[in-house]
Design a protein around this ligand. Structure first.
Ligand code: TYM
Length: 285
Protein backbone atom coordinates (compact mmCIF):
# COMPACT_ATOMS: atom_id res chain seq x y z
CA UNK A 1 0.00 0.00 0.00
CA UNK A 2 1.67 3.21 -1.13
CA UNK A 3 1.94 5.82 1.59
CA UNK A 4 1.15 8.70 -0.74
CA UNK A 5 -2.03 7.00 -1.84
CA UNK A 6 -2.93 6.13 1.69
CA UNK A 7 -2.65 9.76 2.73
CA UNK A 8 -6.21 10.41 1.57
CA UNK A 9 -7.38 7.94 4.14
CA UNK A 10 -4.98 9.21 6.74
CA UNK A 11 -6.77 12.56 6.49
CA UNK A 12 -9.97 10.66 7.00
CA UNK A 13 -8.63 9.00 10.13
CA UNK A 14 -7.24 12.25 11.50
CA UNK A 15 -10.67 13.17 12.74
CA UNK A 16 -13.86 11.25 13.27
CA UNK A 17 -15.27 10.85 9.78
CA UNK A 18 -18.87 11.83 9.37
CA UNK A 19 -21.05 10.41 6.70
CA UNK A 20 -24.06 12.41 5.82
CA UNK A 21 -26.28 10.34 3.69
CA UNK A 22 -28.30 12.45 1.36
CA UNK A 23 -29.44 10.07 -1.28
CA UNK A 24 -31.61 11.06 -4.15
CA UNK A 25 -32.18 7.65 -5.55
CA UNK A 26 -34.70 7.08 -8.28
CA UNK A 27 -38.06 6.15 -6.93
CA UNK A 28 -36.90 5.69 -3.39
CA UNK A 29 -36.11 9.37 -3.26
CA UNK A 30 -34.56 11.55 -0.62
CA UNK A 31 -37.82 11.42 1.27
CA UNK A 32 -36.97 7.94 2.47
CA UNK A 33 -33.23 7.96 2.70
CA UNK A 34 -32.31 11.46 3.78
CA UNK A 35 -30.84 12.08 7.20
CA UNK A 36 -32.12 15.49 8.18
CA UNK A 37 -29.84 18.06 9.65
CA UNK A 38 -26.60 16.33 8.86
CA UNK A 39 -25.82 17.24 5.30
CA UNK A 40 -22.36 18.58 4.61
CA UNK A 41 -20.80 19.25 1.27
CA UNK A 42 -17.10 18.61 1.59
CA UNK A 43 -17.16 16.10 -1.12
CA UNK A 44 -19.89 15.12 -3.51
CA UNK A 45 -19.96 11.71 -4.97
CA UNK A 46 -22.16 10.85 -7.88
CA UNK A 47 -22.91 7.27 -8.54
CA UNK A 48 -24.99 4.94 -10.63
CA UNK A 49 -25.37 1.36 -9.57
CA UNK A 50 -25.39 0.29 -13.21
CA UNK A 51 -29.02 -0.56 -12.98
CA UNK A 52 -30.30 2.84 -13.93
CA UNK A 53 -30.85 4.53 -10.66
CA UNK A 54 -28.69 7.43 -10.01
CA UNK A 55 -27.69 8.92 -6.77
CA UNK A 56 -25.99 11.95 -5.38
CA UNK A 57 -24.41 11.46 -2.02
CA UNK A 58 -22.58 13.98 0.12
CA UNK A 59 -19.89 12.63 2.36
CA UNK A 60 -17.95 14.73 4.78
CA UNK A 61 -14.79 12.77 5.42
CA UNK A 62 -12.69 15.26 7.25
CA UNK A 63 -14.98 17.10 9.60
CA UNK A 64 -15.24 15.76 13.11
CA UNK A 65 -18.76 14.75 14.16
CA UNK A 66 -18.40 16.92 17.25
CA UNK A 67 -15.95 19.81 17.64
CA UNK A 68 -12.81 18.54 19.39
CA UNK A 69 -13.30 20.95 22.30
CA UNK A 70 -16.91 19.97 22.90
CA UNK A 71 -17.77 18.21 26.15
CA UNK A 72 -20.59 16.29 24.46
CA UNK A 73 -19.56 12.63 24.51
CA UNK A 74 -18.95 11.25 21.02
CA UNK A 75 -21.34 8.39 20.35
CA UNK A 76 -19.85 5.07 19.35
CA UNK A 77 -20.28 4.23 15.70
CA UNK A 78 -22.01 1.16 14.34
CA UNK A 79 -22.08 -0.03 10.73
CA UNK A 80 -23.83 -2.98 9.17
CA UNK A 81 -25.43 -4.08 5.94
CA UNK A 82 -27.30 -6.76 4.04
CA UNK A 83 -26.75 -7.95 0.48
CA UNK A 84 -29.64 -7.32 -1.90
CA UNK A 85 -29.79 -10.92 -3.10
CA UNK A 86 -33.37 -12.10 -3.46
CA UNK A 87 -35.68 -12.04 -0.50
CA UNK A 88 -34.48 -10.98 2.92
CA UNK A 89 -34.91 -13.98 5.20
CA UNK A 90 -35.45 -14.62 8.89
CA UNK A 91 -31.70 -15.05 9.41
CA UNK A 92 -31.03 -11.51 8.16
CA UNK A 93 -33.73 -10.18 10.44
CA UNK A 94 -32.87 -12.06 13.63
CA UNK A 95 -29.11 -12.05 13.08
CA UNK A 96 -28.77 -8.39 12.13
CA UNK A 97 -31.67 -6.04 11.35
CA UNK A 98 -33.60 -6.63 14.60
CA UNK A 99 -30.52 -5.60 16.60
CA UNK A 100 -30.11 -2.41 14.54
CA UNK A 101 -33.48 -1.05 15.66
CA UNK A 102 -32.41 -0.88 19.33
CA UNK A 103 -28.92 0.35 18.53
CA UNK A 104 -30.00 3.32 16.42
CA UNK A 105 -31.33 5.02 19.58
CA UNK A 106 -28.01 5.23 21.35
CA UNK A 107 -25.28 4.91 18.70
CA UNK A 108 -24.20 6.71 15.57
CA UNK A 109 -25.53 4.16 13.09
CA UNK A 110 -24.86 3.59 9.40
CA UNK A 111 -26.83 0.88 7.63
CA UNK A 112 -26.06 0.23 4.01
CA UNK A 113 -27.39 -1.99 1.26
CA UNK A 114 -24.26 -3.79 0.12
CA UNK A 115 -24.97 -4.09 -3.60
CA UNK A 116 -21.30 -4.49 -4.54
CA UNK A 117 -21.16 -7.66 -2.47
CA UNK A 118 -24.13 -9.00 -4.43
CA UNK A 119 -22.19 -9.06 -7.73
CA UNK A 120 -19.56 -11.55 -6.58
CA UNK A 121 -21.73 -14.31 -8.05
CA UNK A 122 -23.68 -14.20 -11.34
CA UNK A 123 -26.53 -11.68 -11.14
CA UNK A 124 -29.23 -10.01 -13.19
CA UNK A 125 -28.87 -6.22 -13.44
CA UNK A 126 -32.58 -5.44 -13.30
CA UNK A 127 -33.18 -7.80 -10.44
CA UNK A 128 -30.29 -6.31 -8.52
CA UNK A 129 -31.73 -2.84 -8.94
CA UNK A 130 -35.12 -4.03 -7.74
CA UNK A 131 -33.66 -5.99 -4.84
CA UNK A 132 -31.62 -2.95 -3.78
CA UNK A 133 -34.79 -0.87 -3.47
CA UNK A 134 -36.65 -3.71 -1.78
CA UNK A 135 -33.89 -4.17 0.75
CA UNK A 136 -34.00 -0.46 1.60
CA UNK A 137 -37.79 -0.69 1.93
CA UNK A 138 -37.42 -3.69 4.25
CA UNK A 139 -34.96 -1.80 6.45
CA UNK A 140 -37.58 0.90 6.88
CA UNK A 141 -40.43 -1.56 7.36
CA UNK A 142 -38.46 -3.31 10.10
CA UNK A 143 -38.09 -0.03 11.97
CA UNK A 144 -34.86 1.57 10.78
CA UNK A 145 -35.51 5.26 11.30
CA UNK A 146 -33.71 7.58 8.88
CA UNK A 147 -33.93 10.46 11.32
CA UNK A 148 -31.61 8.44 13.57
CA UNK A 149 -29.59 6.24 11.21
CA UNK A 150 -27.85 6.89 7.90
CA UNK A 151 -29.17 4.56 5.23
CA UNK A 152 -27.44 4.35 1.88
CA UNK A 153 -26.40 2.15 -1.00
CA UNK A 154 -22.79 0.98 -0.79
CA UNK A 155 -21.94 1.54 -4.47
CA UNK A 156 -23.00 5.19 -4.20
CA UNK A 157 -20.01 5.93 -2.00
CA UNK A 158 -16.95 5.27 -4.11
CA UNK A 159 -14.60 5.44 -1.16
CA UNK A 160 -15.63 1.87 -0.24
CA UNK A 161 -14.01 0.53 -3.39
CA UNK A 162 -11.07 2.93 -3.25
CA UNK A 163 -10.15 1.88 0.26
CA UNK A 164 -10.71 -1.74 -0.66
CA UNK A 165 -7.97 -1.50 -3.28
CA UNK A 166 -5.57 0.03 -0.80
CA UNK A 167 -6.37 -2.61 1.79
CA UNK A 168 -5.95 -5.37 -0.81
CA UNK A 169 -2.30 -4.58 -1.10
CA UNK A 170 -1.88 -5.15 2.64
CA UNK A 171 -3.88 -8.40 2.69
CA UNK A 172 -1.95 -11.67 2.52
CA UNK A 173 -3.72 -13.99 0.07
CA UNK A 174 -3.47 -16.84 2.58
CA UNK A 175 -5.86 -14.97 4.87
CA UNK A 176 -8.48 -14.94 2.12
CA UNK A 177 -7.95 -18.56 1.11
CA UNK A 178 -8.91 -19.57 4.64
CA UNK A 179 -12.36 -17.98 4.52
CA UNK A 180 -15.05 -20.64 5.01
CA UNK A 181 -17.66 -18.79 2.94
CA UNK A 182 -15.25 -18.59 0.01
CA UNK A 183 -14.57 -22.32 0.22
CA UNK A 184 -18.28 -23.18 0.46
CA UNK A 185 -19.45 -20.88 -2.30
CA UNK A 186 -16.63 -21.66 -4.72
CA UNK A 187 -17.22 -25.38 -4.24
CA UNK A 188 -20.88 -24.84 -5.15
CA UNK A 189 -20.20 -22.83 -8.33
CA UNK A 190 -17.10 -24.67 -9.50
CA UNK A 191 -13.63 -23.17 -9.93
CA UNK A 192 -14.13 -22.06 -13.54
CA UNK A 193 -17.08 -19.90 -12.57
CA UNK A 194 -15.59 -18.32 -9.49
CA UNK A 195 -14.68 -14.69 -9.96
CA UNK A 196 -11.74 -13.12 -8.13
CA UNK A 197 -14.24 -10.92 -6.30
CA UNK A 198 -15.55 -13.91 -4.38
CA UNK A 199 -12.08 -14.32 -2.90
CA UNK A 200 -11.46 -10.63 -2.25
CA UNK A 201 -14.98 -9.95 -0.95
CA UNK A 202 -13.87 -9.89 2.74
CA UNK A 203 -11.49 -7.03 1.90
CA UNK A 204 -14.47 -5.02 0.62
CA UNK A 205 -16.31 -5.82 3.82
CA UNK A 206 -13.28 -4.67 5.83
CA UNK A 207 -13.30 -1.47 3.82
CA UNK A 208 -17.03 -0.92 4.55
CA UNK A 209 -16.22 -1.09 8.23
CA UNK A 210 -12.82 0.59 8.54
CA UNK A 211 -13.76 3.51 6.29
CA UNK A 212 -16.04 4.84 9.02
CA UNK A 213 -13.77 4.07 12.00
CA UNK A 214 -16.54 1.84 13.29
CA UNK A 215 -16.58 0.68 16.89
CA UNK A 216 -19.10 -2.13 16.64
CA UNK A 217 -20.47 -4.31 13.87
CA UNK A 218 -23.74 -6.17 14.47
CA UNK A 219 -23.76 -9.36 12.38
CA UNK A 220 -24.85 -12.99 12.52
CA UNK A 221 -22.39 -15.75 13.34
CA UNK A 222 -21.64 -16.52 9.68
CA UNK A 223 -19.86 -13.17 9.36
CA UNK A 224 -17.65 -13.67 12.42
CA UNK A 225 -14.68 -14.88 10.40
CA UNK A 226 -14.90 -11.85 8.09
CA UNK A 227 -14.97 -9.61 11.16
CA UNK A 228 -11.86 -11.31 12.52
CA UNK A 229 -10.12 -10.66 9.21
CA UNK A 230 -11.20 -7.01 9.38
CA UNK A 231 -9.68 -6.70 12.84
CA UNK A 232 -6.43 -8.36 11.77
CA UNK A 233 -6.23 -6.14 8.73
CA UNK A 234 -6.77 -2.98 10.78
CA UNK A 235 -4.01 -4.06 13.16
CA UNK A 236 -1.69 -4.87 10.28
CA UNK A 237 -2.18 -1.48 8.60
CA UNK A 238 -1.74 0.27 11.95
CA UNK A 239 1.50 -1.61 12.46
CA UNK A 240 2.80 -1.10 8.90
CA UNK A 241 1.87 2.53 8.39
CA UNK A 242 0.70 4.02 11.68
CA UNK A 243 2.45 5.23 14.79
CA UNK A 244 5.75 7.05 14.41
CA UNK A 245 5.99 6.21 10.68
CA UNK A 246 2.85 8.20 10.10
CA UNK A 247 3.94 11.05 12.36
CA UNK A 248 7.14 11.41 10.34
CA UNK A 249 4.96 11.93 7.28
CA UNK A 250 3.14 14.76 9.02
CA UNK A 251 0.18 12.76 10.32
CA UNK A 252 -0.98 12.66 13.91
CA UNK A 253 0.62 9.30 14.67
CA UNK A 254 -1.13 6.52 16.55
CA UNK A 255 -3.57 4.10 15.00
CA UNK A 256 -4.81 4.69 11.48
CA UNK A 257 -7.85 2.48 11.87
CA UNK A 258 -10.01 1.68 14.84
CA UNK A 259 -10.14 -2.06 15.49
CA UNK A 260 -13.87 -2.88 15.48
CA UNK A 261 -15.67 -5.38 17.70
CA UNK A 262 -18.31 -7.80 16.41
CA UNK A 263 -21.75 -7.58 18.00
CA UNK A 264 -23.33 -10.99 17.68
CA UNK A 265 -26.81 -11.38 19.20
CA UNK A 266 -27.13 -13.96 21.99
CA UNK A 267 -30.22 -15.39 20.27
CA UNK A 268 -30.71 -15.60 16.49
CA UNK A 269 -27.04 -15.55 15.56
CA UNK A 270 -27.45 -18.68 13.46
CA UNK A 271 -30.99 -19.29 12.26
CA UNK A 272 -31.39 -22.71 10.69
CA UNK A 273 -33.36 -23.57 7.58
CA UNK A 274 -36.91 -24.82 8.08
CA UNK A 275 -36.46 -27.35 5.25
CA UNK A 276 -32.98 -28.53 6.26
CA UNK A 277 -32.28 -28.35 9.94
CA UNK A 278 -28.56 -28.98 9.37
CA UNK A 279 -28.01 -25.85 7.25
CA UNK A 280 -28.45 -22.22 8.16
CA UNK A 281 -31.16 -20.33 6.33
CA UNK A 282 -29.65 -18.43 3.42
CA UNK A 283 -30.52 -16.76 0.13
CA UNK A 284 -29.11 -19.87 -1.60
CA UNK A 285 -26.32 -18.11 -3.42
P1 TYM B 1 -25.55 -11.18 4.29
O1 TYM B 1 -26.22 -10.29 3.31
O2 TYM B 1 -25.28 -12.59 3.88
O3 TYM B 1 -26.42 -11.23 5.62
C1 TYM B 1 -26.80 -10.03 6.25
C2 TYM B 1 -26.82 -10.21 7.75
O4 TYM B 1 -27.65 -11.31 8.11
C3 TYM B 1 -26.92 -12.24 8.91
N1 TYM B 1 -27.37 -13.60 8.61
C4 TYM B 1 -27.77 -14.48 9.53
N2 TYM B 1 -27.89 -14.37 10.87
C5 TYM B 1 -28.36 -15.46 11.53
N3 TYM B 1 -28.70 -16.63 10.93
C6 TYM B 1 -28.59 -16.78 9.59
N4 TYM B 1 -28.97 -17.92 9.02
C7 TYM B 1 -28.11 -15.66 8.83
N5 TYM B 1 -27.88 -15.46 7.50
C8 TYM B 1 -27.43 -14.19 7.39
C9 TYM B 1 -25.47 -12.04 8.50
O5 TYM B 1 -24.58 -12.50 9.49
C10 TYM B 1 -25.41 -10.56 8.29
O6 TYM B 1 -25.20 -9.90 9.51
N6 TYM B 1 -20.88 -9.59 3.99
C11 TYM B 1 -22.14 -9.40 4.64
C12 TYM B 1 -22.72 -8.01 4.46
C13 TYM B 1 -21.76 -6.90 4.74
C14 TYM B 1 -21.54 -6.28 5.99
C15 TYM B 1 -20.58 -5.26 5.73
C16 TYM B 1 -22.04 -6.51 7.27
C17 TYM B 1 -21.00 -6.26 3.83
N7 TYM B 1 -20.28 -5.27 4.40
C18 TYM B 1 -20.11 -4.46 6.77
C19 TYM B 1 -21.58 -5.69 8.29
C20 TYM B 1 -20.63 -4.70 8.03
C21 TYM B 1 -23.12 -10.38 4.09
O7 TYM B 1 -22.98 -10.91 3.03
O8 TYM B 1 -24.22 -10.50 4.85
Amino acid sequence: MGRAVLSQFLTLSNSTPRLSSSLFCGRLGSKYLKRPGSIRHNRTINGDNGAGFRCCCSVSLSQPAVPETSSIPVRKRIVSGVQPTGAIHLGNYLGAIKTWIELQNSYDTLFFIVDLHAITLPYDTQQLSKATRNTAAIYLACGVDTSKASVFVQSHVRAHVELMWLLSSATPIGWLNRMIQFKEKSRKVGDENVGVALLTYPVLMASDILLYQSDLVPVGEDQKQHLELTRELAERVNYLYGGRKWKKLGGRGGAIFKVPEPLIPPAGARVMSLTDGLSKVSSNR
